[in-house]
Write a protein that binds this ligand. Sequence first.
Ligand code: PLP
Length: 465
Amino acid sequence: VDQSGRTAAVVARVRRLVHDGTLREGDRLPSTRALAAELGVARGTVVAAFEQLDGEGYIRTRQGAVAVVAASVTVRADDVVRPAHRVPDGAAADRAAPLDARPGLPAVTAIPERDWRGAWRRAADEPLRNTLSDPLGTPVLREQVAASLSLSRGFAPDPSRIVVAAGTSEALSLVAEALRAHLGRAPRIAVEDPGYRTGRRALTSAGADLSPVAVDDDGLDPDALATLERIDAVVVTPTHQYPLGSVMPVARRRRLLDHAARAGVLVVEDDYDSEFRHRGAPVPALAALDTAGSVLHLGGFSKTLDPRLRCAYVVLPRPDGTQGAAAEAVVTARRARGPVVAEPVQAAVAHLVRSGALRRHLGRVRRDYTHRRERIAARAAAEHGLEARALNGGLHTVVTWSGPATGRAVAARTAAAGVLVTALDEYDVTPGRSPAGVVLGYGALTLPELDRALDTLFAAVHAPD
Ligand SMILES: Cc1ncc(COP(=O)(O)O)c(C=O)c1O
């Protein structure tokens, strides 16, 4: 590493300490001599770094005095959501990094440190064993999942029907692989259009052929599904269509289930963010209405806890129902793939569920998400020709407008201004399906960040082409 590389490393290190709140306004930095000795670099390297940091406004240096952290860059206490030592190193904490308002991230940092650490301590307390993991998942986690589904989703599966997966995407790929083995050919799977891109990728890479089905204000249209021939499975988000946010009404749910039972279609219910309904009555799972045994229900902890856990679950349809053989194929595929979620992760998650920590966390973040959605609704209402949709539940909004700008043009403009959002048409299977719009995730944004994202977005929508 040359001198400039070492200088850059010192600069980056100090910036990071300021961003994560370790260094605050007025804090004194060590002398250049002391810091050089501590870091094992030449004093000139530190002097150059301090000059650069002064120029960037991070610190103030004066001849003959110690350098101090400048006021303008100090993170305000209310901006720091998480304790300083939990701020990730590197890009995410870098001031120059864009604000990521793409959908997907929940308020992970709102999980109380005590609960989080407690769960991992419990996981570490599990006795060591000379046996392999059960590929279907640990009994404790499967029991906890079954119990919480019966409390919150309106159906009470037996724990033996629950299979652990490494996120919804792994679950979808598992299902596609199971169907392929069971049918002896590529499964034909209907997907929502617009819909979940990562899910589509998981299905196709496991060998499925996809057929798009249009969604409207009531979600996927079962009549449109019925016009497709020889469909083996359909993947739906009935509680909160992704990304448009519609809720499938009960009448349509019944039509979908009737068609599925008659045509032998496996209905894969992706229940990814049903815990967050901000308005209206809670919506039970599609699986709660399923009497024929057509529904395979997918849930997970990516929205309620942390997507980095990669912990999700499949609830298999009844063994004696219309999809009993497909359910058996999923179990076979799970055993063949082997365990995918490390047992300590399963133990920690099970503890967060059983101890009530997850329930308390959800109670708190629901209120935060409601504030955020109200802020979005109020601010969008004040903007001419602009609409914020999909706000009755979940962690994202769909912003559409009447002007000529395309979603991609607006997303490119906001990106240039340091805010990342996703163009709505990125979710389209059929080009041109969606109106001009962007999807903005608000789960992980503080209110000031949300305001900044909205300011940037509204300016980008109104900007002349
Ligand atoms: C429609 C949908 N399903 C599922 C998930 C969760 O995916 P995973 O469980 O793989 O983290 C998401 C996350 O963005 C999603 O948007």
